[in-house]
Design a protein around this ligand. Structure first.
Ligand SMILES: [Cu+2]
Length: 127
């Protein structure tokens, strides 16, 4: 009987840990999608120039899922991005150069360039 209780407790603990891990993974993905990575937050002392110098360009290949010209954003279902260790996923990017939006239509597969700017990922070029 005692053995049974211990086994049951072990199962409960294992399930609990699994659920917590799953939740952790989900919130990680959500953070990426919502562009809430705060990596640059503590680096304000150098001002805008220091931030700009630190910008590395990344390349992605993705299908346009959603376009919002008003808020300046595009959602890509993108393939893995090696330079950032990203798996394939669907996420939103900011678009500040509105001429880029003309090159994007829903369902189109494009090669795009982007930078991390503060807490946002900003598309800087579309092919
Ligand atoms: Cu992504």
């Amino acid at each position: 009987m005692k053995q049974f209780a211990i086994t049951a407790l072990t199962i409960v603990l294992a399930l609990g840990t699994g659920a917590a891990l799953a939740q952790q993974n989900m919130s990680d993905m959500k953070d990426m999608g919502m562009q809430k990575m705060d990596g640059m937050k503590g680096m304000d002392m150098g001002g805008e120039k220091a931030t700009a110098d630190a910008r590395a360009k990344h390349r992605g290949l993705g299908v346009v899922k959603k376009l919002d010209a008003k808020s300046g954003s595009v959602t890509f279902d993108h393939e893995p991005v090696k330079s950032l260790n990203w798996p394939a996923m669907t996420m939103a990017f900011a678009v500040r150069d509105t001429t880029l939006l003309d090159k994007l239509t829903i369902g189109k597969k494009v090669e795009f360039e982007f930078v991390k700017d503060g807490r946002e990922y900003v598309v800087t070029g579309v092919k």
